[in-house]
Design a protein around this ligand. Structure first.
Ligand code: UDP
Length: 487
């Protein structure tokens, strides 16, 4: 068959966590919308989370399917059903989780052999997939779930080690040879920078960097106009090949798609929508810390007090079950009665994209996960930044100092599991700063401009739209060259 006319078939293999799966499905959809065949490789429990989205994509005529592989929980000593990184809540479980993911090499290889895809698009946290793809003679694209800014930060920290040249964990250092002057402290860095022992995280970090240099290239959920200096730095100074094709969340245009994204929401969608419809534009602040970040009860109480004192209307997402009848220790007495009509608590999973895009929402208190950050940018919202883990402290710098569309709540300590303590007064102050007054208006107008640029990037002719075209063309020519060399 003429290779140029042949439909390209891509394997998508995202890491097993909401913050990776959700954007990967959106990204896969973008490729399918251009006529490519997409197979998503995942485990049974994760497959069930997006089965509705896949069914819907089929009814729209997209060529998308799911190939399920078993997750070896029992073999590595994980509890049965621990197929999502969120469920691995201790260092021991996380080490086992990564051991289990490495055992997916064989079933993945079998699928590649059986279906002979043209390319493997696999999560950055599966560095071993570069070797698997090589074995079968196909390119591996790295599926990045962070920004260019963060990738460049990681790389400059590795190259120049400024954190080793300060005398305490609170003494600020500047990231050397960087496009902008960014100050950080050792306290804000992931623990693999500050521990001298080898853990699964340090090993993973080394393997990820090695795979960066040996893979076909990387795809980013970002857009050029958002971080041109860092996209250029990554490509030209660090010499890596990359395409930016986001914000991928913007492919969810109808309300049903937005509501179904990720997981079944813990609130009736219509109830939430009606509640927001009853509010004035830009009058509600949305508070959510992603799928992983945790706080203890006393911190949740401080958030409640801070929100009430700010006198702003809010939607607050708390990762707690509804406690029917019993006292909820994390809520101040009488809180829900006092804020009735003014504040809505969602216990569990929120339809985040639908909420952020609603005109009543005027601000976002976020843990700075890259997806949430980009979703906030796309919705044109000012943010209160409250980083906890992963590369979230880097994203905070990006939002507050480079984009200047956010205010930091004051978190100082990176944490693998439970976030830094922040007093209610700081929460109240930061929320007011992005919701009320001249400064808030200034931040909001910058955020709105960025939101417009985000939408433009994915429209026909936009930078991300064009970059996706270039990537598909390059994969096509690679396919032709590969086919020729096999003949
Ligand atoms: N999300 C959601 N509802 C929730 C919590 C999170 O829809 O209640 C989505 C959110 O829109 C984002 C993803 O889950 O797409 C979280 O990814 P992010 O990178 O922000 O943070 P992580 O969960 O990886 O820390």
């Amino acid at each position: 068959m003429d290779t140029e006319k042949r439909q390209l078939h891509l394997f998508f293999f995202p890491f097993l966590a909401s913050g990776h799966l959700i954007p990967a499905i959106d990204m896969a959809k973008q490729f399918a919308l251009r006529g490519l065949k997409i197979s998503i490789i995942t485990t049974p429990l994760n497959a069930s989370l997006f089965s509705k989205t896949i069914e819907k994509s089929k009814t729209m005529g997209l060529d998308m399917n799911v190939l399920v592989i078993e997750f070896p929980c029992v073999e590595v000593g994980l509890p049965i059903g621990c197929e999502s990184y969120q469920l691995a809540t201790s260092l021991d479980l996380r080490t086992k989780f990564f051991q289990a993911t490495a055992m997916l090499e064989q079933p993945l290889g079998k699928l590649i052999q059986e279906y002979a895809p043209d390319c493997l698009v696999a999560s950055t946290l599966f560095p071993w997939t570069t070797g698997v793809a090589k074995k079968f003679g196909i390119p591996r694209l790295i599926l990045h779930s962070i920004s260019f800014f963060s990738m460049c930060t990681f790389e400059c920290l590795r190259l120049y080690e400024p954190h080793k040249k300060v005398s305490s964990e609170t003494e600020p250092f500047i990231i050397p040879n960087f496009p902008d002057e960014i100050k950080m402290t050792r306290k804000q860095l992931p623990d693999f920078y500050t521990q001298n022992v080898q853990t699964y995280a340090t090993k993973m970090y080394e393997q990820v960097l090695e795979a960066e240099l040996t893979s076909f290239g990387a795809v980013f959920n970002s857009f050029y106009e958002l971080e041109p200096a860092y996209a250029n730095f990554y490509k030209k100074v660090l010499g890596r090949k990359a395409w930016q094709i986001g914000p991928v969340s913007l492919c969810n245009q109808d309300t049903e798609d937005k509501a179904q994204r990720g997981k079944e929401a813990s609130i009736d969608f219509h109830e939430c929508f009606e509640w927001l419809n009853s509010k004035k534009p830009d009058s509600v602040v949305y508070v959510c810390f992603g799928s992983m970040a945790n706080f203890n009860d006393s911190q949740l109480k401080e958030i409640a007090i801070g929100l009430e004192a700010s006198e702003q209307q809010f939607i607050w997402v708390v990762k707690k079950e509804k406690n029917d009848g019993g006292k909820e220790e994390w809520l101040p007495d009488g809180f829900e009665q006092r804020v009735k009509g003014k504040g809505l608590i969602i216990r569990g999973w929120a339809p985040q994209m639908m909420i952020l895009d609603h005109k009543a929402v005027g601000g976002f208190v976020t843990h700075c996960g890259w997806n949430s950050t980009l979703e906030g940018v796309s919705a044109g919202l000012p943010m209160v930044t409250w980083p906890v883990s992963a590369e979230q402290f880097f994203n905070e710098k990006f939002v507050t100092q480079i984009l200047r569309i956010g205010v930091a709540v004051g978190a100082q300590q990176w944490a693998r599991f439970v976030g830094d303590s922040i007093k209610s007064e700081a929460i109240e102050k930061a929320v007011i700063q992005i919701m009320v007054g001249a400064e808030a208006e200034e931040i909001r107008s910058r955020a709105r401009e960025l939101g417009k640029k985000a939408k433009k990037a994915v429209e026909e002719g936009g930078s991300s739209y064009s970059d996706l075209n270039s990537l598909i063309e390059e994969l096509r020519s690679h396919g032709i060259a590969g086919a020729a060399s096999k003949n």
